[in-house]
Design a protein around this ligand. Structure first.
Ligand SMILES: N[C@@H](CCC(=O)N[C@@H](CS)C(=O)NCC(=O)O)C(=O)O
Length: 298
């Protein structure tokens, strides 16, 4: 199964003062499912989320709203040679459309580590054999090659990047905030599962309860619009999933997650001002198309 997505490619206009010139480029995305009966496994917990990433032979760039744009490297597939592994380079093995990998990508951008952590995007539908054999036997993304070791798991990696690299902190020292952070981080899989399992059903109760939980959580600290007040790894944990569920639920269930949830509205607005996140976003309609194919196929 394939989906076509559009990647916005922007180049600086060196001849004028206008910030960027952008063009849209269609890319085919291959979707692959291990188990036809359980599409929701793709996004839940440790279950596989099987699809390839954006496939393109040319470097691509994300839309930059403000600040410098990053030219993104091309996706590697089964025909691609491995990078020179364990040569001291820090590498984030990723997929441009994987929400888990997006978490780590946002953390890396937010801390300003674009030059320190190199992105290595993979085509998950046509993965290079060397990735499993030589890099990460789990054969999933994200993984991080750092100091001659490879680690995985998106939430662990955001914490690892936060504590092992310079840049603004993503985890406050305040013990109350830390305790709440852990509670919210451990809720992410439950949250995702609730939304995905409810997609096909008639009842919206589970979806409402999941988003009400977030709305309540957002009122806990009043020193900012984010879960812990200031932007943190908790926002990063939820952002890629809210980015997908917001347009998907509107489209499929005519359910507006922001209706009656002012805190969530403010959170989304503030999140969308964060350039580190904006650099990782895909077109909402294309995300909807991908998610519908993943979760609502008959
Ligand atoms: N629990 C993992 C989930 C990672 C995950 O499932 N990644 C998907 C892509 S979104 C993957 O690599 N799937 C390939 C496979 O399972 O074969 C995390 O948080 O990092």
């Amino acid at each position: 199964m394939t989906a076509v997505i559009t990647v916005s490619t922007c180049t600086p206009n060196l001849l004028s003062n206008s910030p960027l010139q952008c063009s849209k480029k269609k890319s085919k995305v291959a979707l692959k499912f291990p188990d036809k009966s359980l599409p929701f496994q793709a996004l839940v917990g440790h279950r596989p989320y099987r699809f390839s990433s954006i496939k393109t032979s040319a470097p691509i760039a994300t839309m930059a709203v403000k600040g410098a744009q990053e030219v993104l490297p091309p996706v590697l597939d089964s025909t691609s040679d491995p990078p020179s592994l364990f040569d001291g380079t820090t590498r984030l093995y990723t997929s441009y459309i994987c929400p888990y990998a997006q978490r780590v990508w946002i953390a890396r951008n937010y801390k300003g580590l674009q030059d320190k952590i190199k992105l290595v995007p993979l085509d998950l539908g046509n993965r290079p054999a060397w990735y499993k054999e030589k890099v990460y036997p789990e054969n999933k993304v994200p993984s991080l090659e750092h100091n001659n070791e490879v680690r995985g798991e998106s939430l662990d990696l955001t914490k690892y990047i936060d504590s092992h690299f310079e840049g603004p902190s993503l985890y406050p020292n305040d013990p109350t905030k830390r305790e709440f952070a852990e509670e919210l981080l451990s809720y992410t899989d439950t949250f995702n599962r609730a939304v995905i399992t409810s997609l096909k059903g008639d009842s919206e109760n589970e979806i409402s309860a999941a988003f009400d939980y977030l709305e309540t959580a957002l009122s806990k600290f009043d020193d900012g619009p984010f879960f812990l007040g200031q932007f943190s790894l908790v926002d990063i944990a939820y952002a890629p999933f809210i980015e997908r569920f917001h347009p998907l639920l509107l489209d499929v269930k005519k359910y507006d997650i922001t209706s009656g949830r002012p805190m969530l509205i403010a959170w989304i607005e503030e999140l969308n001002k964060i350039e580190a996140y904006n650099q990782t976003k895909l077109d909402p309609q294309e995300l909807v198309a991908i998610m519908k194919k993943l979760f609502l196929r008959n």
